[in-house]
Design a protein around this ligand. Structure first.
Ligand code: ADP
Ligand code: ASP
Ligand code: MG
Length: 401
């Protein structure tokens, strides 16, 4: 078999843990597999590098940020390769560029455009274990790019897809995908299987166990994706096509995203082209807008509310600054969070939303914004109620059973 294994930050968090990963990789190799390993930076390392940059500038250049941030993954890839070589294996550490990962030029959230697999295939044919530094690639103009937070998952899936690997295993600090973050709700249950679409919604709505773009790509390329723990041998969770899942629960999981901020454009002129103007300028800056709500027009004025990632607050403020004259006020609220309920069964069941609203009302939690898709309901609430809301909803849908 050809296996791609990705080890996250906690799994390579110190030298002993890198040694543990080396042993796991060695086992996989000894069982007769060809192995490509993708590693994250040691846990906390990427945040540390960001804080170093922020010491000098609130808005550091994204090109420099990418060079800086990509270094964390390089350290772990080299160390793991050295550890494997010392155990007697042929191993080779590679940066994103060496692994042939070509991206667009959107620094700090680049998209993979192509993987040139020549170098990878040559090393695999030579029976070498490849250890790729995750989260990074190279743009056409030769600059290092990174793939967005959590992007090593994407590196692993993209390589698995390009090499047509039999299996892509994402090793982390929990032994699979749970009905909700087990750190928030200890009664959360591990799922044996989950569909790509549900996993994509959960990941997009804040369940960071998998990066959302990695799930999107896994679905597109039909990658056999499994998440499991690097600290035990428990069975993980298989992320697969909906038709491979026999029992379809109405609700599969609850996600929480505390990294959102709400923007309210108060009393702006209600005329054609207004939304196009606001969201156009945000799109130009690559700011990810979600949950757009426009209220009914009154006296030719309207309110426009939407959410953005908290870390894009400064660039959003800068982008909207020039539009102050066509609105009464632009307000920003960072003390919010977004709770989402996800399940394919919602397509065919009614009443899912109303039970959520009732349960939150009973706990006196006010819902500030609502948005829905075919398999998801998201609600914006005060951040201080985040954990209570997750546990309440987990119970309402009997997810611990
Ligand atoms: P890594 O560093 O290995 O990439 P992450 O920290 O990115 O790991 O993701 C793993 C974490 O995701 C877990 O520790 C857990 O707290 C969190 N998490 C959030 N939602 C879920 C969920 N539904 N199932 C499992 N873990 C979840
Ligand atoms: N080190 C990067 C991050 O912390 C990428 C990753 O771990 O997947 O976001
Ligand atoms: Mg991660």
């Amino acid at each position: 078999m050809l296996v791609v294994q990705k080890y996250g930050g906690t799994s390579v968090g110190d030298l002993d843990r890198i040694a543990n990963v080396a042993n796991r990789v060695a086992q996989t190799k000894k069982s007769g597999n060809r192995v490509v390993v993708v590693v994250s930076a040691m846990s906390g390392e990427t945040n540390k590098l960001i804080s170093y940059a922020e010491h000098f500038s609130k808005t550091p250049s994204n090109v420099e940020m990418d060079l800086l941030l990509s270094s964390g993954e390089r350290v772990t890839s080299a160390l793991l390769s050295i550890a494997l070589q010392e155990m007697g294996f042929k191993a080779r550490a590679m940066t994103g560029r060496q692994a042939g990962i070509l991206t667009d030029e959107i620094h700090t959230s680049a998209r993979i455009e192509e993987i040139n697999t020549c170098a990878l295939k040559k090393l695999l044919d030579d029976d070498t274990i490849i250890v790729v530094a995750g989260f990074q690639g190279i743009s056409k103009d030769g600059n290092v790019t990174t793939l967005g937070r959590g992007g090593s998952d994407l590196t692993a899936v993209a390589i698995a897809g390009a090499l047509e690997a039999d299996l892509c295993e994402i090793y982390t600090d929990v032994d699979g995908v749970y009905t909700t973050d087990p750190r928030i709700e200890p009664k959360a249950r591990k799922l044996e299987k989950i569909s790509y679409d549900e996993m994509l919604e959960l990941a997009s709505m804040g369940a960071k166990v998998l990066q959302n773009r990695s799930v999107e790509l896994a679905k597109k390329l039909d990658v056999n994706l499994v998440t499991r723990s690097s600290f035990n041998d428990n069975e993980g969770t298989l992320i697969t096509k909906e038709e491979n899942i026999m029992e379809k629960p109405v609700v599969s999981g609850i996600a929480l995203d505390k990294n959102q901020a709400r923007v309210s454009i108060v009393n702006c002129e209600d005329k054609p082209g207004i939304a196009a103007e606001f969201f156009g300028v945000l799109a130009e800056k690559n700011i990810n807008v979600d949950m757009i709500v426009q209220t009914n027009s009154h006296d030719g004025k309207t309110d426009l509310d939407f959410t953005i990632p908290k870390n894009e607050l400064e660039s959003t403020k800068a982008a909207l600054d020039g539009y102050k004259n066509i609105t009464e006020a632009i307000e920003y609220d960072t003390d919010i969070s977004k709770v989402s309920i996800v399940g394919v069964g919602m397509k065919s069941h009614t009443g899912v939303a109303s039970s959520a609203f009732k349960a939150l009302a009973k706990e006196n939690i006010n819902i500030k914004m609502i948005s829905t898709s075919e398999i998801k309901i998201s609600m914006v609430i005060d951040e201080k109620y985040s954990e209570l809301a997750v546990r309440t909803l987990h119970e309402v849908y009997n997810l611990d059973k």
